[in-house]
Design a protein around this ligand. Structure first.
Ligand code: ATP
Ligand code: MG
Length: 313
């Protein structure tokens, strides 16, 4: 049985004996918050301009992210909730793999795809929370890209539907990236919107232009984390082609909703199993309370040292 199969089987098993949060180091689990992102799309209070620490064109006004007060999204005021702690547990291994060792030639570990098997599992929620969490707490600049070109939920959420972005750059390599990046009210967070709608938008994700852009991003911004909110793996063939170019792939799994066979099917599409992590999202279990907690998140492939194992899996 492969590493992948074992991991997926664990998702279908009864939860193991309760463990304390301290025992559960590699857990990648995101909690379910009370309401949806959409419900929180209310009017945004004005925010003061933030310094441009992230390479975006200084002329553009900072984009409201925190000021939107999105339900379930990390902010400096949510420190007491368990959400920030859950994302700390997800981001630590991600950062370790991104910057903590030598990657094989041509593999940009700082470039991370957030995907899922099917729609609605929480990719946008996870990528935005991860991005804010890393930018707020670590000495790392984050570039968050809306690469779900057919369904640009992140751009919509951040009210960037009308901003030029990824699609525009893929169609015109002469556009300067820094003119498309938007700095935000999180000083180390920059966002690239999905850009204009285009009938071939999904195909563009698997294009040479995308490959070139990824190389450019990884090299130009080698010291930052580049997170891609991406389409679901089973929705379009381009998603798995895109995954091949990524240094890390976070597969979000909706707890109690996505059937095990779909997760298996999605993971079968991924060539580089050693780059894959699973994030179990919307779980009702409180990992950190110590009461009724379970070790339930799962990750496979363990970074640079395990590529051989993963290849054999
Ligand atoms: N951990 C969570 N806690 C609370 N709500 C969540 C959580 N994760 C996702 N949601 C909610 O579930 C819905 C779907 O999440 P999201 O938009 O992030 O999914 P998605 O995978 O990006 O969907 P799509 O495939 O349509 O782009 C949203 O309303 C979001 O607010
Ligand atoms: Mg989405």
């Amino acid at each position: 049985m492969s590493i992948i199969e074992k991991a997926i089987d664990r998702l279908g098993e009864e939860p193991p004996a309760p463990r304390t949060a301290a025992d559960a180091a590699p857990v990648a689990e995101a909690p379910r918050e009370r309401s949806t992102i959409e419900a929180a799309l209310t009017s945004a209070p004005p925010v003061p301009a933030a310094p441009d620490a992230a390479g975006a064109a200084p002329a553009s006004p900072p984009l409201d992210v925190l000021a939107l007060g999105l339900e379930g999204i990390i902010s400096p005021h949510s420190e007491r909730s368990r959400t920030p702690e859950e994302y700390r547990m997800i981001k630590r291994p991600l950062l370790q793999r991104a910057f903590g060792g030598d990657a094989p030639l041509g593999v940009h570990r700082n470039v991370v795809m957030v995907t899922s098997s099917v729609a609605g599992e929480g990719k946008t929620f996870t990528s935005l929370n991860l991005a804010i969490s890393i930018a707020m707490e670590m000495d790392r600049t984050v570039l968050l890209v809306d690469a779900d070109l057919a369904k640009p939920g992140l751009s919509k959420l951040l009210r960037m539907q009308d901003s030029p972005g990824l699609t525009d750059r893929l169609l015109d390599a002469n556009l300067d990236l820094k003119d498309l990046l938007r700095r935000t009210d999180v000083p180390k967070l920059t966002v690239l919107s999905a850009g204009r709608r285009h009938r071939r938008s999904t195909e563009l994700l698997a294009s040479n232009a995308m490959k070139d852009l990824l190389d450019e991003l990884a090299q130009r911004y080698a010291d930052r984390v580049v997170l891609f909110d991406s389409p679901p793996l089973l929705a379009t063939s381009e998603a798995s082609v895109l995954a091949e170019q990524m240094g890390q792939i976070c597969v979000v799994v909706e707890s109690g909703a996505t059937p095990q066979f779909l997760v298996k099917e999605a993971l079968d599409l991924l060539q580089h199993k050693d780059r894959v992590s699973l994030v179990l999202n919307k779980t009702k279990r409180d990992l950190l309370s110590g009461q009724g907690s379970y070790y339930y998140g799962y990750r496979y492939g363990s970074g640079y040292g395990h590529e051989k194992d993963a290849a054999e899996a």
